[in-house]
Write a protein that binds this ligand. Structure first.
Ligand code: ACO
Ligand code: OAA
Ligand code: MG
Length: 292
């Protein structure tokens, strides 16, 4: 479950220290664009120490590394892989070859550190026009890939267009990523909403991302976590309905029927599939059935 993925700039010790207490399902230690080139070495050491000395219970840890056309990315991997973050996020990913290059370097570092090869996963950040066009190739490039992640700021810079709150300019990229990810049985995660003060805009943007099929969204501020978590969690009514669907389908089975009706609406296999997804989320969030 990755409803919220909070970015923590790698060169800000006070943000790294309490990352897990801010309510996000995932925290992303950033070594890339939130860190200026002359701070890269310091950030790498800080993130390494955070992974070594801090524990982040209940929080998935991701490290966002620098692009493969920079002098930094291999050093990033050598510094953090031995500390076993859950996931590495390669940046400006523009095709499957780049993922394989990163994965091969990760394997080298894993072997040298005595870690089983393939332990650390990959969540590619897709933020170029080429990356969006190659989304499916990227998703299938390596067994480590666990999802696709959209970066709307760099993507719109690459398109030579303005990034707006309405987001028409990223609509194609959003739907393309969701479809490519789901075609491979993995999830897509949406770009952050960057206006820290606009909570109404954040909620609207998050609702929209969810309606397109995204499983979660990045956030840049702890103040955004609760809203994004709430949007990506099933409501009490959705959970109650999912239980009713399961009860109704059981009753239908007893009566030897594949299709039945619940409060005047047809219940068949896809409705049951969606209901079971809601119940899985209920279990993941509440540790069991919340409403029976
Ligand atoms: C396009 C991209 O690449 S996005 C990914 C890269 N960008 C990032 O990682 C940016 C992360 N976010 C930030 O740096 C900041 O939230 C900013 C610059 C956007 C806004 O900063 P501020 O104006 O200081 O935010 P705000 O006033 O809300 O901060 C309040 C508190 O939350 C903390 N905080 C703010 N953002 C974060 C964060 N991402 N993670 C953890 N703590 C944070 C601040 O340290 C501050 O703590 P304090 O009260 O103990 O001093
Ligand atoms: O990870 C993100 O969504 C932020 C990012 O790099 C971008 O938008 O370019
Ligand atoms: Mg970017």
């Amino acid at each position: 479950m990755r409803r919220t993925m909070l970015f923590l700039p790698g060169n800000t010790p006070n943000m790294l220290i309490n990352g897990d207490t801010l309510g996000a399902d995932t925290i992303i230690f950033d070594l890339e664009d939130a860190v200026s080139p002359d701070e890269k070495d310091a950030a790498r050491i800080l993130v390494r120490n955070a992974l070594r000395y801090q524990s982040y219970p209940g929080c998935e840890t991701v490290v966002r590394i620098n692009p493969t056309d920079t002098a930094f990315w291999k050093e990033d991997l050598r510094a953090v892989i031995p500390l076993k973050p859950d996931v590495i996020m390669p940046t400006k990913v523009n095709g499957g070859a780049m993922i394989r290059e990163v994965s091969a370097c990760m394997a080298e570092v894993e072997r040298a550190a005595g870690i089983e090869e393939g332990t650390v996963k990959i969540l590619p950040l897709i933020e170029t026009a080429m990356g969006v066009e190659k989304a499916f190739e990227i998703a299938t490039a390596d067994a480590r890939v666990i999802g696709l992640f959209l970066g709307g700021e760099d993507f719109t810079a690459d398109l030579h267009c303005k990034r707006t709150k309405e987001g028409n300019e990223i609509f194609y990229a959003r739907t393309r990523l969701v479809c490519a990810a789901r075609a491979c049985g993995i999830e897509a995660y949406d770009t952050p909403f960057t206006d820290v003060e606009d909570m109404e805009g954040l909620e609207k943007d998050t609702e929209f991302a969810k309606s397109l099929g995204f499983a979660g969204k990045a956030v840049i501020s702890p103040r955004h976590v609760d809203i994004v978590n709430a949007v990506f969690s099933p409501t009490e009514a959705e959970i109650a309905y999912a239980h009713d669907v399961m009860d109704a389908i059981e009753e239908g089975k007893r009566q030897g029927k594949g299709v039945i009706s619940l409060r005047g609406k047809m219940i068949d296999a896809p409705i049951v599939k969606r209901a079971s997804q809601v119940l899985e989320m209920e279990k993941a969030i509440y540790g069991g059935a919340q409403y029976e």
